[in-house]
Design a protein around this ligand. Structure first.
Ligand code: DGY
Length: 328
């Protein structure tokens, strides 16, 4: 009998094809994710789960699946929706998709920097509204990107991909992360500074940290006050890294000039969220990795992790390798 797997959304076909060769595959067919109570029902008795960042995968869900489960494979690099400690305690390896989405996500962060700095979205709305009557010498003045200072918070794969792009724009590059990365510093001509200095000196602050207890609301009212006047905040990491009311206040009061977000708290942002009333913000619907090529690669990688887990092999990309060594 083939093993049973549940896939919580429709993913690119090449990933599903790989899975169907190995298992009986049930795919949640709706564009919206299954609610938690439905997910609890759907996963009962499966051998492996392929899930998304929109699913809450906690200890109770793992217990609902049952002790036969061999692997949980996430279709994303970030795994903050999964209780990794609970999975490790139960000996369940968890896979993710690092690396393949680095440049695609950095491209989107760059698109947001440029769109915010040069007021691209406002300009488009203005044109469509029929208000464009003539060329204006003092209209739509924005900020230069070339030669400005970019502050990168979190200097992992995506943070470094941002530094690489910034070099092409002759930017001064500052970074802050939990620890220094001397080799990457040299390679990307980036200077390590503490977070206060980064906020104080950067024209653009781009967030590239994981979401953890430490980074939850990292950008709060106190930190917004430390940002340079006229500066721009970009968030393509996770919504809760930024405190939404503090961001609203910083934008509405002019403490910072602009924000461009690909992620919000909550997701989706509520239609009555005050941030949506502001003109100096751009909000995208979490599309950092959304290119045809990259989503295809993510589907293959998630399928490979899942199949390795089903076979009892080490996952090619495992976020809790302790499951292979720890005596539980
Ligand atoms: C991730 O992989 O964590 C992104 O947020 C979605 O691609």
């Amino acid at each position: 009998m083939k093993p049973k797997i549940f896939v919580t959304r429709i993913i690119p076909e090449k990933g599903l094809e790989m899975l169907r060769l190995q298992a009986d595959v049930e795919v949640w067919p709706d564009p919206s994710p299954p609610d938690y109570p439905i997910l609890l029902q759907k996963v009962k008795g499966i051998d492996a789960l392929l899930c998304m960042l929109t699913d809450t995968i906690d200890g109770s869900l793992m217990d609902a699946i049952g002790p036969q489960v061999k692997v949980i494979s996430q279709f994303a690099v970030g795994v903050d929706n999964i209780d990794i400690t609970a999975a490790t305690r139960r000996g369940i390896p968890v896979g993710n998709t690092p690396g393949v989405l680095t440049d695609t996500t950095a491209d989107l962060a760059w698109a947001l920097i440029m769109a915010a700095a040069r007021r691209v979205v406002e300009g488009d709305k203005f044109t469509r509204s029929g208000k464009w009557k003539t060329w204006g010498p003092i209209d739509f003045l924005g900020r230069d990107i070339y030669g400005a200072t970019l502050g990168i918070v979190g200097f992992g794969r995506i943070g470094r991909a941002m530094a690489k792009r910034a070099q092409g724009f002759d930017m001064r590059i500052l970074y802050y992360s939990r620890r220094r990365h001397p080799e990457a510093e040299q390679k990307y001509c980036a200077q390590y500074v503490d977070l206060d200095t980064l906020l104080h000196e950067s024209d653009f602050v781009s967030l590239h940290t994981n979401l953890s207890e430490e980074t939850h609301h990292l950008m709060n009212a106190t930190r917004f006050k430390k940002m340079k006047s006229g500066s721009i905040l970009i968030n393509t990491a996770r919504g809760p890294v930024v405190d939404p009311p503090a961001l609203y206040h910083a934008l509405a009061s002019g403490t910072i000039a602009y924000a461009a977000l690909d992620v919000t708290e909550p997701e989706p942002i509520r239609p009555d969220d005050p941030l949506l009333t502001l003109d100096n913000i751009i909000i995208c619907p979490h599309i950092g990795s959304a290119s045809h090529k990259t989503r295809g690669k993510m589907a293959l990688m998630a399928a490979e992790n899942l199949i390795a887990g089903l076979k009892g092999e080490r996952l090619p990309n495992c976020v809790n390798p302790q499951v292979y060594t720890a005596s539980r």
